[in-house]
Design a protein around this ligand. Structure first.
Ligand code: SAM
Length: 216
């Protein structure tokens, strides 16, 4: 099992850093694999979580991250006291687990769980709603030109229960992203929390339409 969690399939390893309070988070990444690179949206979401920790208090909250990549958002959320389920495709889980373990071990109230979640696949078996109720769904830069946008939408839809909030940092690149946001708004209320035009990144809070109308 431990062998699986070594990022050994990368031939071009680099390191990224992020400062959280007085901690230096170190992330192993590789330019060979999309999900093994730290994307700016993740840093935007982490900055938001750290600077809004009173309003969006993650202590003891059930959190799931979609497309966790190098794991920065998972690590910061865990350091902020959340019980985090960190998910991504099988290919990047080794690197993700490595980064999560090395940056959270002995520092967090709850040990984050790293597990596979392929958007739209076997959700009701892997994450039965009765036992998997998330307070927050976190996602950074998961919408771009890839063939699984409908599956991603279905995953948000499946995981987002009545009291779930989605915090989603999105980098706008091409048209598919804009139409995804339009379609997303048919199912979810959307509030813009940040707009960073120089980075083409927006941070959204979303929650399910119809069933939950309170802003609290
Ligand atoms: C642009 S990267 C963003 C990674 C990380 N959230 C960040 O911001 O640094 C997109 C992430 O989505 C994951 N991903 C892409 N397609 C996926 C799918 N069909 N199911 C699950 N994850 C997927 C990739 O493996 C990758 O980690």
């Amino acid at each position: 099992m431990s062998r699986r969690f070594q990022p050994k399939f990368f031939s071009s390893e680099t390191w990224e850093g992020y400062n959280f309070s007085d901690l230096k988070i170190r992330l192993k990444e590789s330019t060979e694999v999309y999900g093994a690179v730290l994307w700016p949206s993740a840093m935007v979401l982490c900055h938001f979580l750290e600077t809004n920790r009173d309003k969006y208090n993650l202590v003891d909250k059930n959190v799931i991250e979609l497309g966790a990549g190098t794991g920065l958002v998972t690590i910061v959320s865990s350091l902020l006291g959340a019980k985090v389920t960190s998910t991504d495709l099988p290919d990047v889980l080794g690197n993700l687990q490595y980064n999560v373990t090395h940056n959270t071990k002995g520092r967090c109230k709850y040990t984050p769980l790293v597990t596979e979640l392929m958007w739209g696949q076997n959700l009701d078996q892997r994450f039965p709603r009765a036992s998997h109720c998330f307070d927050y769904i976190l996602a950074a830069d998961v919408v771009y030109h890839h063939p699984y946008l409908e599956e991603l939408m279905d995953t948000f839809d499946y995981l987002c229960q009545e009291n779930t909030q989605i915090l989603w940092a999105m980098r706008f690149r091409l048209d598919p992203e804009n139409s995804f946001v339009d379609r997303f708004q048919k199912r979810f209320h959307l509030e813009e929390l940040y707009d960073l035009p120089s980075l083409n990144i927006k941070l959204f809070r979303a929650w399910r339409r119809c069933k939950w109308t309170s802003d609290s």
